[in-house]
Every structure is written in C-alpha cells, then in structure tokens.
Design a protein around this ligand. Sequence first.
Ligand SMILES: Cc1ncc(COP(=O)(O)O)c(C=O)c1O
Length: 331
Amino acid sequence: MNETPYPPLPNVRRIVEDGAGRINRYPDHATGALLAALSARLEVPQAQIVVGPGSAGLCQHLIQALGPQRGEVVHAALSFEAYPLLIANAGARPVPVPLAGYRHDLAAMAAAVTPDTRCVLLCNPNNPTGAVLHRAEIDEFLDRLPPEVMVIVDEAYREFVTDPDVPDMVQHAKGRENVCVLRTFSKAYGLAALRVGYAVAPPGVATATRMLGGVFFPNSFGQAAAVASLDTVAEAELATRCAELARYRQQLTERLLGLGLPVAPSEANFVWLPLGTDAEPFTERCRRAGILVRGYPGLGVRVTVGDTGANERLCAVASNFVSTGLSAVVS
Ligand SMILES: Cc1ncc(COP(=O)(O)O)c(C=O)c1O
C-alpha cells in the first residue's frame, strides 16, 4: 500500500514506546502542538489547518463539509481507488473522468463540471499511475472553473516528487479561495499505522470540516510522532530517505524497461506497469514469490518501490515472467 520501506526514526520510536505508559490519558482534543508545528512549518494560519485520522478520512469530511447543495464530485479514473467510496460516504455522487494516457485529462474534467458539481478531486502525483500535473496546467484549470466549485488536491505522495514543475499546492494556492490540499504522514513520514493526515483549506471550509471529525483524533501517539517528524533534524533525515527512494524508483524503472516491460514515468514511491491482460498473471507470479503488488485486472500493476533487496527480488520475478510468462505485451 505504498508504505515506506524505512524503519521509524529513532525519536519517533522512542515517543511511541514511552507513550505506552500513559495510555490511560486522553489525547489533546485540540491537537494544539501538532497544529502549531504544522502552522509554523507551512506558514499557514492554524484556522486553515485540519488534522485527522489519515488523509482519506479527511477527504470524506471535506467533501461532506462542502455539501449538501450540489451533489457531484468529479474525479479521475484510474485514480485512488477509495475516491468513489469516500464520495458516496460523503453523500455525493462520483463522476469519474477517464485518464488521458497516464495523466488526468483536465480538459475533460473541466467539461464534466455542471451546476451540480460540488468539487473536483485532483490526485498529484496520481495513484496508481504516478503521473503528475504541472503548475501552469493546474492554474489554467483553476481559472477556468466556476469560483463556487472547490478543487481538492490530494498530495499524499508530494514528498517523492523531483520534477520542479510540480507545485507544492499549499504554497502555490495561497490566496485562492477554491483550493483545499490533502497531505498525509502515512507515506514519506512512515507513520501509516498511526493514522495522521491534514488538510489545508479556506477558513470556513476548515471549520466545517473540523466539526465532522470524531473527537480525540489523531490519538496521542499519532500527534506526538507527527510533531517529532516535523522538527528540522527529522525533516532532513526524511528528505534524505525520499531522495534515496526517488533514485531507487529510477533504477527500478530502468531495470524493468530493460527487461522489455512497459513502465510509466512516476513521481511517486511506486511505478505503474500498464500490462493489460498480463496484469493478473504478473500479480499472481509476484504473489507466489512472496511479493505483494497491486494488480488492476486488464489494466496494469502498481509496484511500490522498496529497498534495494525488495526491488532486486521484484526484478528477478519480472525477468522470469518475461522469459516464461503468458505475456501478450512482451511477445
Ligand atoms: C492518493 C491517496 N490519498 C490518500 C491516501 C490515504 O492515506 P492516509 O493513510 O493518510 O489515509 C492514499 C493511500 O493509499 C492515497 O494513495
């Protein structure tokens, strides 16, 4: 599920171990320390930040907070597979717009906006294809939409991006009233099990979203670990890890391409193999070798970039698949 292969930072591990002795106490319901740390780091007022148990849950609450007047949510397909469920849970109807190749089709998404559109979801980089949207095309898209249509940009994989033309939307959209950004501590920060994410939104939307969240989330471990992950030493270590993972991504891509497999360019911590009818046999071959990849039957396979050992094992299976597999794509 696109988790980092790195172990927890030593300080984060200590916080969780030490916290075990205090689980009789409730977490800070106002998440004060985490809001203060995020506000300082992002240079965004606390009134615009909502923290919650993972960015997926926050995505649902944001969509819910933007309703109920208009009922449709436009999103890309193929994209994060939870979107249709989150949209439906928020009382809205998903309006999927097919990708153009591996990328969002922004022209088609703009054309899918109607007077009933509540918001548009952009996933940048896109899960599972790894493709990115650039600054200029996002600006053009935002300028084109009616001002009442909110655009939620899901940046769950932002920290793995090396392409300089991909905007940091928290900074880039400052001053825009029609943009919300979702971020998570689950991926690059390595805190997936602790369930911490945040949204940056216009103050009114942030307040409405906060009202929908459960009380006492994230829990004490999640709050403290996220705060510790935002200090300058931890941030530097995490940035080093992300840069290393981006190099592994490049190496893995080149190895798989070298074997003759199709690989889409990725800016995330996973790569997309558009294997078509070979997606299922490839996924099964990996499973039998003890490697969990994400197969999308008839479309492709998403492979999370691991450490060098895991990537080697994947390449060995891929090599074997190419030489002996049922490959329609390769043959
Ligand atoms: C695009 C995208 N958004 C959000 C999430 C959810 O992350 P979280 O663990 O913060 O709920 C994921 C997880 O796979 C994802 O791929």
